[in-house]
Design a protein around this ligand. Structure first.
Ligand SMILES: [Ca+2]
Length: 374
């Protein structure tokens, strides 16, 4: 496929290459097996001309489940099963016994842990997670001299407190919920399944994604309006930002749809698809991951290639894809010299459409709603 035929200039003749890499990730990665309960059907929707996803065809049953398949009767069990009693009362294990047998095997395979160790871990975690405020904005408002760093916060309405990095500069009070830096040569992978994007991954002091469930609670605190800021950096040591004066995501039952207010800044409004012919806005889009397709491609066309899933088209990224849109900060991180014209890169189409970005931060700030606004 030629480069000139692509709608998106950052997608090189690598769609098939990208697809192969995603397939390899899906086949090799145990992460994708974590969300067994949430996996979509591997088969295309009715009316679609897409083929079934090959990774599911290749591994219809995860190896970890195959391991627990009930063995055929052997030894004494086999003798009993094939003996005189078989005709009248077959000596097979009852279903409940089979489940217990498998549970015992699983428990025996777990590493040993003493009750004392377990208690210490619970106590330490409980002590660490004493909330210091509802969010970084409240901590900063109460004490503007608070330094940047990791705090324990508990947004109003959240079930639990959690750790988050607070950006407490001059315009402080920002709760960071995404950071990418390349990880000093060991970049954090962002090709993750729904469960991971929901709960978060990485280290809040370094590269991380805080988690959609936490982001929901941060943007739904009574009496406040959340703002969104994105700080973007390229390999030429240039930095730009995008600011949205209101920001909310819907709850998990509607797949955390993106809601944004007015844009300002110097990076352009890529979420809104500003000045980008043929690119649909991502505002209003639900969140998709490599195992959950909530995008608008059913299918989409790029050159002579059709595809249904923007996540797999973009390096396995979890994002608010439309069809697919021009913003994606969750593609593969590429080092300098290897950051140009990749199909699965970190791109913000209104500023850096053809070069993968070096570093990004996404952060949320809450402001008290004025009486006239409430
Ligand atoms: Ca789709």
């Amino acid at each position: 496929m030629g480069r000139g035929s692509h709608r998106h200039p950052w997608k090189p003749g690598g769609s098939s290459e990208s697809t192969q890499r995603i397939k390899a990730k899906l086949e090799a990665g145990s992460r994708s097996q974590k969300d067994l309960s949430g996996g979509r059907s591997p088969w295309p929707k009715a009316g679609s001309n897409a083929v079934p996803r090959s990774h599911y065809q290749a591994n219809p049953v995860p190896p970890s489940l195959k391991r627990h398949k009930q063995p055929e009767p052997q030894g004494e069990w086999g003798k009993l099963a094939s003996g005189r009693q078989e005709t009248a009362h077959p000596r097979t294990m009852a279903p409940v016994t089979q489940v217990s047998f498998v549970l015992v095997l699983i428990l025996l395979s777990l590493p040993p842990i003493s009750l004392g160790t377990l208690k210490r871990r619970v106590l330490v975690n409980a002590a660490k997670l004493k909330s210091q405020g509802k969010d970084c904005s409240q901590i900063w408002t109460d004490n503007p001299k608070s330094p940047s760093g990791v705090y324990v916060i508990r947004p109003e309405g959240a079930l639990d407190a959690f750790r988050a990095y607070c950006d407490m500069g001059e315009d402080g009070g920002w709760t960071v919920f995404q950071r990418r830096t390349g990880g000093n040569g060991k970049p954090l992978a962002f090709d993750r399944v729904w469960w991971e994007y929901n709960h978060g991954f990485g280290d809040v002091e370094g590269e991380h994604w805080l988690g959609l469930s936490k982001l929901y609670s941060l943007t739904h605190q009574p009496g406040t309006r959340a703002q969104l800021k994105l700080d973007l950096h390229n390999f030429e040591n240039e930095s730009r930002h995008a600011l949205y004066d209101s920001f909310q995501i819907s709850d998990g039952s509607s797949f955390y749809m993106l809601k944004l207010g007015r844009y300002s800044g110097n990076a352009g409004d890529s979420f809104g698809g500003e000045n980008w012919t043929g690119a649909a806005s991502q505002v209003g889009s639900a969140f998709s991951t490599l195992d959950r397709d909530h995008d608008s491609c059913n299918p989409c066309l790029s050159g002579d290639i059709t595809f249904n899933e923007c996540s797999q088209w973009n390096g396995g990224a979890g994002w608010w894809f439309s069809n697919c849109g021009v913003a994606n900060l969750h593609g593969d991180w590429h080092p300098e010299g290897d950051h140009k014209s990749w199909s699965s890169d970190i791109h913000w189409g209104t500023w850096s459409p053809t070069e993968s970005l070096k570093a990004t931060e996404m952060k949320v700030k809450t402001v008290v709603i004025a009486a006239t606004e409430a």
